[in-house]
Design a protein around this ligand. Structure first.
Ligand code: NVA
Length: 310
């Protein structure tokens, strides 16, 4: 189908990403001035994995845009089991103006978008978390001004959705993205190649830096995420055994630029991937990130709605 969707970070060109971020800042300043979903138009939200921030920020954001958030119970719907992804999509796109889906396989989300007459938004898959990245980039803009030229170090499980999304969205914004994790926990060569391709057009870059101290040296932004992403719970003990040196401690933050900000998409495990003094300390911007999910998602919903009608 020809409507635009937001399935992975590089679905937006650098110019489009900048446009969406500028719109997010505007919607944050004037939360109730834009009502593209007035009617109210319905946005379907489906969660196959746990959620707090995503459900809350989409529901609140959809309401602020004048729309109605319809929660479709992923377990009851049994997407891909009880009915095919294609058939579910053909039903939902007759009811909703947009579909927001958190699920496991990126291929299923791609399948939905391929069959949908309305925009589909990735609310996290095993491979990408692009809405979080829009919120994160908005947060960095607020604290640092320009994005292009900044250096960000992502520490921990670089092979997870957040590592991939940082590579793609960060280089789209012209940032230098360093991923630092134990062997076997860095993004694929394919992801680095794609980020390198994007960086070549924006002045950004992507690199793997094994040593966490070297990764944070000169960094403007220090980022981490849980070491055990949703769906990886049975690998918990193996992961805890290897990730220790990548824990974001006060010493590690002290090795970054003095005005570096610290980010975490949450949920956070204090004393594990991040020290309590760091996440609760003055350089942490995690609550801004969580709030900015709403503003960023309002912007992408508005932008996609306008594209779908153009
Ligand atoms: N990498 C984490 C992100 C949580 C928002 C996960 O997939 O569980």
């Amino acid at each position: 189908m020809s409507t635009r969707s937001f399935l992975r970070d590089d679905d937006l060109t650098p110019a489009e990403q900048a446009e969406v971020l500028a719109l997010a800042a505007k919607l944050k300043a004037e939360p109730f001035d834009h009502q593209p979903l007035a009617g109210p138009r319905t946005v379907a939200m489906i969660f196959d994995k746990p959620t707090l921030r995503t459900q809350a920020s989409f529901a609140a954001g959809i309401a602020e845009l004048g729309g109605h958030a319809m929660l479709v119970d992923g377990t009851l719907a049994g997407i891909g089991k009880r009915e095919s992804v294609a058939d579910v999509t053909r039903v939902l796109d007759r009811q909703a103006a947009q579909i927001v889906w958190r699920t496991y396989a990126q291929a299923n989300l791609d399948d939905m978008a391929a069959h949908s007459s309305v925009p589909v938004i990735n609310a996290l898959t095993d491979d990408f978390h692009p809405c979080q990245l829009l919120a994160d980039l908005l947060t960095i803009r607020e604290h640092k001004g320009e994005l292009a030229g900044l250096t960000a170090a992502f520490l921990g499980d670089g092979a997870c959705n957040m590592g991939n999304s940082w590579l793609l969205a960060g280089t789209t914004a012209g940032m230098h993205i360093r991923i630092s994790g134990p062997d076997g926990y860095v993004p694929s060569d394919e992801m680095f190649a794609r980020a390198g391709e994007i960086g070549a057009t924006t002045g950004g870059s992507a690199s793997a830096v094994g040593d966490p101290l070297a990764a944070v040296a000169g960094a403007d932004v220090v980022i981490t995420d849980t070491w055990i992403s949703m769906g990886k719970e049975d690998e918990a003990s193996t992961r805890r055994a290897v990730f220790g040196p990548w824990s974001v401690t006060p010493d590690l933050v002290a090795a970054a630029n003095p005005d570096a900000i610290v980010m975490h998409c949450l949920p956070a495990y204090r004393g594990v991937e991040i020290a309590a003094e760091v996440i609760d300390g003055p350089q942490s911007v995690v609550w801004d990130e969580a709030e900015n999910r709403r503003h960023a998602q309002k912007a992408i919903m508005t932008w996609l709605h306008e594209k779908a009608r153009a």
